[in-house]
Each structure stands twice: as C-alpha cells, then as structure tokens.
Design a protein around this ligand. Structure first.
Ligand SMILES: C[S@@+](CC[C@H](N)C(=O)[O-])C[C@H]1O[C@@H](n2cnc3c(N)ncnc32)[C@H](O)[C@@H]1O
Length: 246
C-alpha cells in the first residue's frame, strides 16, 4: 500500500463519507490538508515543547485530523462558525477532544481571533478556508493571526491561491469545472454539482480571489518573514510565513 492509500484509508475510517466524497470531487482540497499537516510536523520537529495550534475553518475535521496526527505535541483550538460542519468534526474527532488535545470554538474566525491574547500561539493553520473570505475580512484576519502568534510562530495555509497569469488561471478553472461535471454526473449527484458550481462563482469573484502575488505581499506588509509558496497544484498552493523571532 502506498503512503497516500494508507492516508486515505485512515481518513475515510475517521471522517467517513465526507472525506471520500471530497477526495472524489476535489482531491487537491484533501491534499492541501495533508500538506498543512506535513508543514506543521516539520515545525514541531524543532522543539520538544507542547505547541498551541489555532485552526481556522475546521469543517468536518479533515485538516484537524491531519494536524492531530502530525504531532502529539499539538493542543488545537479548531474554529468554525458553521455548526453543521463543526458538529460532524466533534463527532469524528471525539477521541482527541476526550484526551484534552482538541477544543472547538463556534465563532467566526475574526471574532475568535480577537479573543486570543497577543503572542500566545505557536501555529495558526488552515486549509481551504481563507479563500472563502471577503478580501477586507481576510486582511483583518491575517492581521489578527500575526498578533496572536508568538515570535517565531508560523502561519500555515493550504488553499486556493489564484495564479497571477489570469488567462492561465481561467484555463485551469475551466478544466476544474469540467472535472466536477464528469465526476458528479457519473455518480448522479446533481445537487452537489449545482452547489459546487454556485460556490465557485463566489470563489472566483474579484472581492474573494486570493491572487498569489497580492496575497504574499499582504503577508509581508503585515510583518511576516520567511514567506514561501510551495506545492502549487493547479489553483492550489501551500503558503507558510513566520512571525519574526525577537
Ligand atoms: C471548505 S471548508 C474546509 C474545511 C477543512 N479545513 C478542509 O480542508 O476540509 C471551509 C470551512 O470554513 C468555514 N468558514 C467559512 N467562513 C468562516 C468564518 N468566517 N469563520 C469561521 N469559519 C468559517 C466553513 O464553515 C467551512 O467549514
């Protein structure tokens, strides 16, 4: 069995059909969660201390599980303001919350971040969430992420980062839409297809889209250092950034 097959089997076991369906419709979305976990485990390898992690947009728990299995040093606060999603995560990840390694917050990301102290968190991690935010809200969220991180703390985000080349970006999105039709008509999930296409219009709208260079400049302007964008997979990529150590 390859690593990816083992990973998928483990996640299907814990998260169930939500993982299997997402993996079928948009395997790059589940891949972003896997990459967030790997980046977080690399950060954790540098210390023997327990680490506090804030997760934005935990959803049904896919990224949360990736973080929980990345390192047993993590204590995670998973934030999501959609109870239907978070209730599923609470059910799937009960074992970890019972062990005291995972807590949930149902506030929206900005409200939740504003309630966290300055310089108090080692990692802020997220997958497939920040692209949903309006640009103005995202600016405030990133300022808050910087504020709550400890010096030397890291922001890790696996997400949709639009290509600077808009023609190339449009071409990739057209292929993405084709893929949704192919997969979802085959399994006769036309309601899910409608939902994904409608949602894509929001993702692609000018007041939401996180264009690569703009997004990286935004992190730099707020004060982040060591900003990297790696693992570009179509319109998705992994971004990491550090709050400079004192
Ligand atoms: C596409 S899901 C990603 C879930 C998970 N991270 C993953 O990759 O599978 C985005 C999640 O962000 C949550 N979300 C969207 N806007 C939010 C906000 N302003 N505050 C908190 N959560 C938000 C949604 O409820 C949803 O569960």
């Amino acid at each position: 069995m390859t690593d990816k097959l083992q990973y998928d089997a483990m996640f299907s076991g814990v998260i169930g059909q939500d993982y299997e369906l997402l993996n079928l419709i948009c395997p790059l979305a589940t891949e972003m969660s896997r990459l967030v976990g790997i980046a977080a485990s690399e950060y954790a390898a540098q210390t023997t201390d327990k680490l506090s992690v804030v997760e934005l947009g935990g959803g049904t728990g896919i990224t949360t599980l990736s973080l929980l299995t990345a390192s047993d040093k993590f204590n995670i606060l998973s934030i999501d303001n959609e109870p239907v999603m978070q209730n599923q995560a609470e059910k799937h990840l009960h074992k970890w919350s019972a062990e005291g390694r995972l807590a949930f917050c149902g506030d929206d990301a900005l409200t939740a971040l504003k309630n966290i102290s300055d310089d108090s968190v080692n990692i802020v991690a997220s997958a497939y969430t920040l692209h949903n935010f309006l640009n103005s809200y995202r600016q405030e969220v990133i300022e808050e992420i910087f504020r709550i991180l400890k010096p030397g703390g890291q922001f890790i985000n696996g997400d949709r980062y639009g290509l600077d080349d808009i023609s190339e970006h449009t071409h990739i999105i057209q292929n993405e839409v084709g893929g949704y039709f192919k997969v979802l008509t085959k399994i006769n999930k036309l309601d899910v297809l409608e939902h994904w296409i409608v949602h894509l219009f929001s993702d692609e709208s000018e007041n939401h889209v996180m264009r690569e260079t703009v997004a990286l400049n935004q992190l730099s302007a707020i004060g982040f250092s060591d900003i990297t964008l790696t693992h570009r997979l179509e319109v998705n990529a992994l971004v990491t950034a550090m709050k400079p150590a004192l």
